[in-house]
Ligand binder design. Structure first.
Ligand SMILES: Cc1cc2nc3c(=O)[nH]c(=O)nc-3n(C[C@H](O)[C@H](O)[C@H](O)COP(=O)(O)OP(=O)(O)OC[C@H]3O[C@@H](n4cnc5c(N)ncnc54)[C@H](O)[C@@H]3O)c2cc1C
Ligand code: SF4
Length: 571
């Protein structure tokens, strides 16, 4: 195939425009670098494409999930399956790979749960002997969490002194929104059970910041935010980068491989122009991969040459290894005391106002599993979506359904009397869980696709069992009953399949040991000095916290390192 090469040589080529790519573009353009960003998906303009203020009756489908997993109004051009872009799982394995194909990636519709990791999360091996420590400490990354808090904006509270949870470090928070009624109710139950329950930490503004308005509590963050009050790469990171005049964004550019020369340096990226199917290439002095963890690993594994026969920067064989996702399990319950609540607006932000961080860190020796999880509760009387309260005829507090006025009254009476608890916990990497390239399958662009190998260990199953026990205790403490049957050992206690929690990480691991890692502690390839990774690929471990705030802190640190190295003419 003929490759069309752009003659211009950029200072930096960044692949991907989501959480990691957005930070990289902002920090490096502001440091004076000319950056070319390749993005596989089309442009996303929140004002034009977002549906923040849409009503269900605006659509003949009422917002049902026909093509997108989270409904028609959701700001996700993507999902676990994409037309023409398959992936495979090894026999006996299941891994579901979520991808968004759009400018800003998954940041347009993510949950905005922005949990700063704590000191223990970077040194778990030293604490429990399992997995590995990171080659730096919380103190090294703390300044970047602080910068994020201040620049992006996040609400929450500093509670470590009060709760004693030292692994939930203080941040620079805007005031949190008030809890809703059902949140106050489950907090009472949590307090009695001694489960910590504190204001959530979401990257949503409750006060104006940098020209962005405070949230007006429409509860529709999943549709993207037209007033720019929550965090999206497209509304928070790319605008300041564009303002420098140094960012060129090429959408519809599906990167195929990183190009390199005989000296072992990256020279640019080849990509498919998705509008024409032509193969093109852009040249850069530095290449940063931020295409999301598994996509960056795929790119490296597909970038083979005589010098790098196992894939670029993969002399160690670490690329593709150590794949993890968060553990996840959920349970819901019916709470009779919340039946027939007065009607009032309970929308709030598009997410929880209270949550439960991992509260048993200090008693870990008494638990049958290492690490822990936090709890994301959901419920309340916010605007219902398509299909809400399906199966009302079988509702334990109902009278068997009905028709017309009676049925409407039944919906009003029971709406908001259900509570859900979802656990998100830490999986430990194991040797049976990894990705490689399927030798027999290519996508519609002719690019070889990943093949996933997945196995949970007993630790993850026991963690899910503990989640179920805790959720049941919370529901019963609220005077409620569990809805459905609690999954037992034969169903892995409800443990979600790999990839379902959408926190994939670890496949381009960083570390001091060149034989066991692909990158050094600045996310710079050991073998290719001018190649960096700025997504969750470099992660040494997961935590009991969601990972995106750490992707962004790490990307900010990597970008500052690149800027310093450029200044010192060291790359
Ligand atoms: C519904 C949902 C809810 C979530 N909630 C939370 C949450 O509350 N808290 C949390 O911490 N995390 C959450 N996440 C996860 C979070 O969205 C991701 O961790 C984060 O977006 C990852 O950032 P990234 O830059 O690595 O990848 P992305 O944000 O996915 O961006 C990658 C970009 O690279 C582009 N790309 C991919 N391949 C190529 C290629 N070959 N060439 C060119 N471009 C390419 C993609 O199109 C995409 O735009 C959620 C995710 C989803 C889907
Ligand atoms: S809830 Fe707030 S942040 Fe979310 S979309 Fe509405 S206004 Fe924006």
């Amino acid at each position: 195939m003929q490759v069309i090469r752009s003659p211009k040589v950029y200072d930096v080529v960044v692949v991907g425009s989501g959480a990691g790519g957005g930070i990289t573009a902002k920090v490096l353009t502001e440091a004076g670098a000319e950056v070319c960003m390749l993005e596989a998906g089309p442009e996303w303009d929140q004002g034009r494409d977002g549906k923040m203020l849409g009503w269900p009756y605006d659509s003949p489908r009422r917002g049902a999930s026909t093509e997108r997993p989270f409904g028609e109004f959701d700001a996700a051009w993507g999902g676990w399956q994409l037309d023409g872009e398959p992936y495979t799982s090894a026999p006996g394995s299941q891994f579901d790979w979520f991808r968004a194909r759009m400018l800003g990636g998954r940041t347009n519709h993510w949950g905005r749960i922005s949990l700063r990791w704590g000191p223990d999360d970077f040194r778990r091996k030293s604490i429990d002997g399992v997995g590995d420590d990171w080659p730096f400490t919380y103190d090294d990354i703390k300044p970047y969490y602080d910068k994020l808090d201040e620049f992006v904006g996040i609400f929450g509270t500093n509670h470590a002194a009060e709760t004693g949870l030292h692994n939930e470090p203080d941040g620079k928070f805007q005031p949190p929104p008030l809890p809703r009624a059902y949140e106050l109710y489950f907090k009472q139950a949590a307090d009695r059970l001694k489960v910590a329950c504190v204001p959530a930490r979401l990257s949503i503004l409750t006060k104006p910041l940098n020209g962005r308005a405070a949230c007006h509590y429409c509860a529709q963050c999943g549709r993207g935010c037209t007033t720019h009050s929550n965090f999206q790469s497209t509304t928070v990171l790319l605008p300041p980068a564009m303002k420098t005049g140094k960012l060129t964004i090429v959408t519809g550019a599906m990167a195929r491989e990183v190009l390199s020369n005989d000296e072992g340096k990256a020279t640019g990226v080849s990509y498919i122009d998705t509008a024409t199917g032509e193969e093109k290439a852009v040249q850069g002095r530095i290449v940063v991969l931020a295409a999301s963890a598994c996509e960056s690993a795929r790119l490296l594994l597909n970038s083979k040459s005589a010098r790098f026969p196992n894939g670029l920067a993969n002399g160690s064989g670490a690329v593709g290894q150590n794949l993890t996702d968060s553990t996840g399990a959920s349970l819901s319950g019916f709470i009779p005391k919340m039946v027939g609540m007065p009607n009032y607006n309970e929308d709030g932000t598009g997410g929880m106002h209270l949550y439960m961080p991992w509260w048993l860190n200090n008693v870990k020796d008494k638990l049958p599993f290492p690490r822990g999880y936090h709890i994301e509760p959901g419920g309340g009387r916010h605007m219902p979506g398509f299909g809400f309260m399906g199966g009302i005829d079988r509702h334990p507090g109902g009278s068997g359904g009905g028709y017309g006025k009676g049925l409407k009254e039944e919906y009003r009476r029971l709406w908001g009397a259900t509570i859900g608890f979802a656990g998100r916990g830490e999986m430990v990497a194991n040797k049976d869980t990894y990705m490689d390239i399927d030798p027999n399958v290519v996508d519609k662009w002719g690019i070889p696709v990943p093949r996933f190998h997945w196995k949970f260990g007993d630790s993850e199953r026991l963690q899910a069992r503990h989640m179920m026990e805790t959720f049941k205790a919370l529901i019963e403490e609220m005077g409620g009953t569990v809805l459905g049957k609690i999954p037992g050992a034969e169903q892995d206690y409800g443990l979600a399949a790999g990839g379902r929690i959408i926190h994939e990480a670890g496949v381009v691991r960083l570390g001091d040991d060149r034989k066991a890692s692909a990158l050094n502690k600045y996310c710079q390839a050991h073998e290719v000095k001018n190649l960096f990774v700025a997504d969750a690929g470099p992660f040494v471990s997961q935590a009991d916290k969601n990972l995106t705030w750490t992707i962004m802190a790490l990307a900010w640190r990597t970008s500052e390192y690149i800027a310093e190295q450029r200044k010192a003419l060291a790359i």
